[in-house]
Design a protein around this ligand. Sequence first.
Ligand code: 0WD
Length: 256
Amino acid sequence: TNLLEGKNIVIMGVASERSIAWGITSSLHKAGANLIFTYRQDRSYKKLTKLLDKHDITAKLIVSCDVANDESITEAFSTIKEKIGTIHGIVHSVAFANREELQGEYADTSRDGFLLAQEISAYSLVAVTKAAKDLMTEGGSIVTQTYLGAERVIPNYNVMGVAKASLEASVRYLAEDMGKYGVRVNAVSAGPIRTLSAKGVSGFNEKLGMIEEKAPLRKNVDQDQVGDATLFFMSELSRGITGEVLHVDSGYHIIG
Ligand code: 0WD
C-alpha cells in the first residue's frame, strides 16, 4: 500500500541499523514516503548513507542537525524549506542522558545532568516543532519516541524517565497548539530494544527478560513493530488521533 505516497517526511535519529529510527525508515519507505534525514554525528552520517545504499533507498535530502543548538535546528529546517518546501511529517527519535545517571539513585541526579536530559530528550521536540511549523502548510503528523519509565519507576531509567514524562506532557501541549494547523502530535512508547542508546541503561538485559516472562505477548518488540505503529500515526489511518501515547510493548504496561 502507498499510504504515504507524495508525503515529505523528516526522520531524526538514525545512528545505526539498530536505531528505532531505522525501523521507522523501512516502514515509511515501503509506504512510499519521500524521506529527509537529519543526523548529529559524522559517524551517524556515514552509517546512514551506507544503510540507505544497502537497502536501495534514496534520501530526498540529508542535513546535519544537533538538537542541543537552536542555530543548528534553524539552519536544518531552512535548508529543508529551501530544497524541499512543504513537509508532511517529522519523526523525532532522539534522546540523551549521561550514562552515570542511568544507574543508582535518582536522588543523586546532578543539576546539569537533569537539564541535559530535559534539553535533548524533551525540549528538542518543542524546538523542532517550532522550526517546522511554517513548513507544514498542508497539515501533517509529528511522532516522537517515549518509554514506560515516564509513567512508572523503572530501575536505573531515573533522569530519563523524568525527561520522558516531560516529553509526553509536551506531546499533549503541542497537540493542542498544532491541531488548528491540521498537524497531529503523538508518541509511541516502545518496549526495550537493543540499540546504541539502550547500552547506556544498566540492567537492560533484565528488562528484556521481564518482557518475555510477563508481557501478554511473551516476546520482545522490534524496530519494525515500532516502525509500523509510527507509520499508522504518520498516515491518514490515524486522522482522528492526537496527543496520544501508544504502547508498542507486547502489552507489558497493562500487567501489574
Ligand atoms: O529500548 C529502547 N532502545 C527504547 C528507545 C525504548 C523506548 C524508547 N526509546 C527512544 C529513545 O529514548 C529515543 O528517544 O527511542 C529513541 C531512539 O532511540 P534508539 O533508537 O534506541 O537510539 P540510537 O540508535 O542510539 O540513536 C539515538 C540518536 C543519536 O545518534 P548520534 O548521531 O548522536 O550518534 O539520538 C540522537 C542521535 O541521532 N541524538 C541527537 N540528535 C541530534 N542532536 C542528539 C542531539 N544533540 N543527541 C542524541
